[in-house]
Design a protein around this ligand. Sequence first.
Ligand code: GLP
Length: 243
Amino acid sequence: MKVIVVENYDEVSQEASQLVEEKVKGNGELVLGLATGSTPLGLYENLIDGHKTRNISYENVKTINLDEYLGLEKTHPASYNAFMYETLFKHVDVNLDQTYIPNGVPESAEEECARYEEVIDSIGPVGLQILGIGTNGHIGFNEPGTDPESLTHVVELNASTREDNARFFDSLDEVPTHAITMGIKSILKSEQIILMASGKSKADAIKTLLDSKENVNPDFPASYLWTHNDVTLIVDKDAYSQV
Ligand code: GLP
């Protein structure tokens, strides 16, 4: 794992957007794995700026997201489908038919998971996957205890994850209890991974991650990133402050 420590959130976003833009410029047909949450917002703003001011095109890029809440229609403002449309897709020239996010209201969640894993394999491998990290070490929505061999699956969200994400909803009660997420094995199929972390709230998670190299374990799902050969952690001083 390559570790890049920078001053602050803006620099985390800057480092990440440079890596993404280099990939997009080098390979117009990139499959780009995307994440939600607050962490990638600055990255997405920079990508929009690069598209508008430096003509970087996403016309031939395919995107695939990590996860979606079960029970939320695409039109629900807190759905990850809506989040991606509002924060990135509507501002760049990506072809919406080439953006993939799980369906949060499938007839059968199990069938949707199998379908989504087939999508990953048919358009993949993901050339570059963006990740954030949960305070409990989750990646995507792979909560502690997740099998490292897991493919796309249904998860029950931990109480701490629902609390962390309640800020996107009107109340904690409205946060869905379940989600569909790429599994750990699905994520590790990516050719290159960028993990972004910023702020004091992530400091314990980053310390645990960096201490877990010799102790990769399901209690801290992000530790499995040590088993991948091309991971770059971009972290600011606050998130690195416990290391
Ligand atoms: C959510 C997402 C993750 C994300 C994590 C951290 O639970 N499913 O993909 O990495 O939250 O979010 P934030 O960046 O808002 O701290």
